[in-house]
Design a protein around this ligand. Structure first.
Ligand SMILES: Cc1cc2nc3c(=O)[nH]c(=O)nc-3n(C[C@H](O)[C@H](O)[C@H](O)COP(=O)(O)OP(=O)(O)OC[C@H]3O[C@@H](n4cnc5c(N)ncnc54)[C@H](O)[C@@H]3O)c2cc1C
Length: 476
């Protein structure tokens, strides 16, 4: 038995939900959302920890206070979501060495300036290399613990994107941490309420199907068939795939016919960033909590080793929670070991910074985005020197299959607002395609009848000429 819909959306993260909402608002209500997990939200996920709700995935609304309004900030304001301004600028003046001493402000400022200069030089070198010119001067690589710590902060946080960073240019430089018991994900429930049947905050609409792991997507001239791990089959005119770039790189989804080479190459060439926030709960605070002390840094000879710390007293006073952020290889290393081992490592680092008498953490929470087969990483990471073709190919539809998600957002990849806007944009392209194919339908029917009447030995010729999908995307 198969279920039929006009459009199937794979994934109920922010891009999948915003794509479905856009379709519904434009009269396409016969949609089906298939989500692999038992919840909506994807990489926006809250979890109770200690006595509060922490965000395992997206935590900040980045890009606020600028000339344009960030649509996610607007949604949050409508919902009265509780947020807390984050000021990272002081972090560089709270750098601890392994004996617990804070590096003098002057030294930290100098190291910071040196790292910025070196990063700019590196960027220029990359640009000149792209233009096939040879550059003379190589930037010096960071060596000391403080240089390594600053390099990590700059490259894995502040400069981890293509310059100029559209989020901050368009929407403003301020960032707000979501600190609301309802969670960041409540934005998605709010959006879903507009087009799905909900009661008491629970989605009861059978157009959303949870625990449906899509494994096969088969397209033909007439439509698309989607098969899930539990043996269900769904049919539709079109499919929107919102699974992450990491999932597309894995073998979770198989396409029939296989995706063309330009598409698979683009998918494989996009880097995936792993970003892990580890939460630690303590019986009481032992770290400084005054103004400018929310973020602090640990300088170690191994780059990225428990470097970036945040206390949660600004967001949730009295929560006694610390968060340490790891990235990439360190994230993968920690995901592969037991939480007890990670806790022991974190405690050694904290004892280095704050002395041997600090209390032992009573709880630890280690999200595993890399090993999650429905994520395979935290977000897309495009090369520093932008490559428009790469992104265009990742985003381009192949026949009746459309692609969305933060990784398809030209300006805002990696962000919640990137996912939100990408979902809308993909649905707009699909609506355009549907309109065109409706206009072409009489012509299609006519050709079909010609094919039947004349028993054309090679009907493929006709379908190649007028298939609406070929016509629109020009790529099939
Ligand atoms: C640790 C972390 C921190 C972050 N911090 C921030 C931040 O502070 N600010 C910010 O703006 N952004 C942040 N981000 C990025 C942000 O979370 C994402 O850009 C955004 O949520 C992505 O939304 P999406 O809809 O593109 O993808 P997703 O949320 O991943 O949605 C895709 C959905 O598809 C489902 N799926 C996958 N495979 C299948 C399948 N085979 N069948 C059915 N369903 C499937 C998944 O379960 C998921 O629900 C962070 C992300 C992480 C992981």
């Amino acid at each position: 038995m198969s279920t039929t819909a006009s459009v199937i959306i794979i994934g109920a993260g922010i891009s999948g939900i915003s794509a479905a909402k856009e379709l519904a608002e434009n009269g396409v209500e016969n949609v089906l959302i298939l989500e692999a997990t038992d919840r909506i939200g994807g990489r926006i996920q809250k979890q109770s920890f200690g006595d509060v709700s922490v965000e395992l995935g997206a935590g900040w609304i980045a890009g606020v206070g600028g000339k344009e309004s960030n649509p996610v900030w607007e949604l949050a304001s409508r919902l009265n979501l509780r947020t807390c301004f984050s000021d990272y600028t002081n972090a560089r003046f709270n750098i601890y060495d392994r004996s617990g001493k804070i590096f003098p402000t002057g030294l930290a400022a100098d190291s910071y300036k040196k790292a910025v200069d070196s990063a700019i030089l590196n960027l220029k070198r990359l640009e000149t290399q792209c233009a096939d010119k040879i550059s003379e001067e190589a930037p010096s690589s960071p060596k000391t613990p403080i240089e390594l710590a600053i390099d990590f902060i700059l490259h894995d946080f502040e400069m981890a994107e293509v310059e100029p960073i559209s989020t901050y240019v368009d929407f403003g430089e301020r960032e707000f941490l979501v600190a609301d018991e309802r969670g960041y994900e409540s934005l998605l429930y709010k959006m879903a309420e507009d087009f799905l049947f909900t009661s008491d905050g629970i989605i009861l609409d059978n157009r959303l199907k949870l625990n449906k792991v899509v494994r096969e997507i088969e397209q033909s001239r007439n439509g698309v068939m989607v098969k899930t791990e539990d043996g269900s089959v769904y049919e539709a005119n079109y499919v929107i795939v919102s699974a992450s770039i990491g999932v597309l790189q894995s073998n979770l989804l198989s396409f029939q016919p296989p995706l063309p080479r330009w598409k698979t190459e683009a998918i494989q060439n996009c880097d995936v960033m792993v970003y892990t926030k580890i939460f630690l709960k303590f019986p009481h605070c032992f770290w400084p909590c005054g103004p400018g002390q929310e973020f602090f840094i640990y300088a170690h000879e191994q780059r990225g080793y428990f470097t970036f710390w945040q206390h949660m007293e600004n967001a949730y006073p009295g929560s006694n929670i610390l968060v340490v952020t790891l990235t990439n290889e360190e994230s993968k290393r920690v995901e592969a070991q037991s939480d007890e081992e990670t806790l022991e490592e974190a405690m050694c680092v904290l004892r280095d910074m704050f002395g041997p008498t600090i209390p032992y953490a009573t709880d630890i929470l280690v999200p595993r985005w890399w090993n999650n087969r429905f994520q395979r990483g935290s977000y897309s990471n495009y090369p520093m020197i932008s490559d428009n073709q790469l992104q265009q190919n990742i985003k381009a539809p192949t026949g009746r299959i459309f692609f969305t998600g933060e990784h398809t957002s030209e300006k805002f990849s990696g962000y919640v607002h990137g996912g939100y806007l990408a979902g809308m944009e993909t649905s707009k392209s699909l609506l355009e395609e549907m309109k065109q194919s409706l206009l072409l339908q009489p012509l299609l029917d006519f050709t079909e009848s010609l094919t039947l009447t004349h028993k054309n030995p090679n009907p493929q010729i006709y379908s190649n000429v007028i298939s609406p999908t070929n016509f629109i995307s020009g790529r099939s």
